[in-house]
Design a binder for this molecule. Structure first.
Ligand SMILES: Cc1cc2nc3c(=O)[nH]c(=O)nc-3n(C[C@H](O)[C@H](O)[C@H](O)COP(=O)(O)OP(=O)(O)OC[C@H]3O[C@@H](n4cnc5c(N)ncnc54)[C@H](O)[C@@H]3O)c2cc1C
Length: 382
């Protein structure tokens, strides 16, 4: 067992920190307050290869291992969770899904464009009546000759406004299927942008599919493979979201510790008060526990086996740690924590998303419970 990063991973981490400090941190507040997707940051990230982070070099990706990719998302989220989750949606949910399930033609058509940032990816699974029960889809995929006609409504599609490619899930004759739908396909309309509590630099849109025709060749995987395609994508995304939770939580501790060292009340820095020490120390302990769960899950993904159980564990834990730590660190800042001119309010709002996005915590708990009780011959249904 070796917990050390390789020299390459250390080099990547230094590069990510440098990029984020120069390109992301100075813009993060503006991105949030103006509710503007970080397009200029994405362009610069594409130049660094980050938009094709884990794609092979054959498709112009950076061919990062998952541990390095987790370090990238963690670093970006420390400065701006909107940027980190935009990138994770693009890479983990869309680009990597095409790499894993796509035909050679689909990979050649899309992966270089995604790696270059010429198309941003979006993942359209959730519907008004299919949330946690994600496979209860009403959207229909009706085959006609060598085409498929898509009809239905998708909700809360992250990156909706900026996407060039939508990965759309629909009910076909043989079960759930996944389709690559370019933005300019007739019959596809990007609708209402939902105002949100946090992640305000991201757009979450309703997507309308009305007689939207795509070639059968746009199906990702075989007929009826959509369930597996979606699950694998969400397992990958769970690790990326957990890395984002780690980033936002550890950055919050940093901000609060600095504040507590400088803020003087009753004649001393508040860091000298045991209540504040407890908040900060207890939070750092949780952050460190999360750190090794994240790196371990990413390492498991690098080994190529099944990592879905560990993905659920780390995602559920990250959501809890990010929420409780940002909440406590906001308390350390007192009134300054509540004010939008200071970064803690944004971190707190952003962190709250992690209990829902990428599947709610309760459903990840169900998956963990399924494993526990399977060993006792008890079948647990969601
Ligand atoms: C910020 C954000 C970004 C998102 N981005 C995307 C995206 O890009 N693409 C996409 O397709 N979707 C996206 N979603 C949708 C997200 O995946 C869903 O919100 C999530 O799956 C939960 O569905 P729901 O909100 O309909 O909740 P519901 O399914 O209605 O659940 C409501 C509550 O009931 C609980 N619950 C439901 N069933 C059970 C059960 N069996 N056991 C115990 N508890 C249960 C849930 O955990 C939750 O607490 C996004 C959501 C958010 C908030």
């Amino acid at each position: 067992m070796d917990f050390a990063f390789s020299e390459e991973q250390q080099m990547f981490r230094a590069m990510f920190r440098d990029f984020s400090a120069k390109e992301v941190a100075p813009k993060a507040e503006g991105i949030d307050h103006e509710e503007r997707p970080p397009l200029d940051v994405l362009r610069k990230a594409a130049n660094q290869g980050f938009l094709g982070a884990t794609l092979p070099e054959d498709y112009f990706g950076a061919e990062l291992d998952y541990v390095s990719y987790a370090l990238l998302i963690e670093t970006l989220a420390g400065d701006c969770m909107s940027t980190a989750v935009t990138l994770a949606t693009h890479v983990s949910l869309v680009a990597m899904t095409i790499l894993e399930h796509g035909s050679e033609a689909q990979k050649e058509d899309w992966l270089p464009l995604l790696a270059a940032g010429e198309a941003i990816g979006a993942f359209a699974l959730t519907e008004p009546d299919a949330g946690s029960d994600a496979m209860a889809l009403q959207t229909r995929a009706t085959p006609e000759d060598d085409e498929v006609i898509l009809d239905g409504v998708k909700t809360w599609v992250a990156n909706g406004d900026i996407a060039g490619l939508f990965l759309v899930f629909a009910q076909g004759p043989e079960g759930v299927e996944a389709f690559l739908v370019p933005k300019d396909t007739p019959g596809l309309t990007v609708g209402y942008r939902e105002p949100t509590l946090g992640l305000r630099g991201m757009t979450f849109n309703t997507l309308y599919l009305e007689g939207c025709r795509v070639p059968q060749a746009n199906r990702l995987g075989g007929p009826g493979d959509g369930c597996e395609v979606a699950q694998r994508a969400q397992d990958r995304m769970a690790i990326a979201l957990a890395a984002a939770g780690l980033g936002v939580a550890e950055a919050s501790v940093d901000v609060a510790a600095q504040f507590a060292s400088e803020r003087v009340q009753f004649g001393v820095p508040i860091a000298k008060k045991q209540a504040i020490q407890d908040y900060v120390a207890g939070s750092l302990i949780e952050v460190e526990a999360l750190r090794y769960l994240v790196y371990h899950a990413a390492w498991l993904a690098d080994q190529g086996g099944d990592f879905s159980f560990d993905a659920s564990i780390v995602k559920a834990f990250a959501a809890r740690v990010a929420r409780t730590v940002t909440n406590r660190m906001l308390q350390v800042l007192g009134g300054y924590g509540y004010m939008e001119d200071y970064p803690m309010a944004r971190k707190y709002r952003d962190a709250r998303a992690l209990g829902i996005i990428g599947g709610p915590t309760e459903l990840h708990h169900v998956r963990v419970a399924q494993r526990i009780f399977a060993e006792r011959d008890l079948e647990i249904a969601p």
